[in-house]
Design a protein around this ligand. Sequence first.
Ligand code: NI
Length: 169
Amino acid sequence: MALLPILHYPDPRLHQSATSVTEFTAELKQLAEDMTETMYAAPGVGLAAPQVNVHQRLIVVDVSEDKNGLMVLVNPQIIAREGEQEYEEGCLSVPGVYSKISRAARVKVKAQDLEGAPFEVEADGLLAVCLQHEIDHLDGKVFVDYLSQLKQNRIRTKLLKQAREEARA
Ligand code: NI
């Protein structure tokens, strides 16, 4: 197991679209394990492969309080959405930034497991938010993309400054 470095906004690699997983290899399982360890260590409730610079359609999610609700989704796709909810979101790729984002209240997601077997998940509340947020990453979308241009510029400036200070430290 290994902790993977997480790309930080505004890294252009976060805006790259991920490709579908077609081979369910030992490497894919290893990547899912490393992503899970990285998510728990951060700590975070979700992580998408593009955030660790692997541009494949794989996400890990765990919104439980005691880390016993791990879900690994390969090639996840939202097949139904309903209602609306607002939630204050954050992202491991946008450290220290939280903002209210409006998303569907309930979603149905179709995905495959690490062996390639298909399954479906129905989610509401935080899990629904998290699934939509992580699936966005696979399409090269970060939650700040939903904010006004002015807010995006402020966040960009703040994170670039943080990165410069970290580089100097
Ligand atoms: Ni994120």
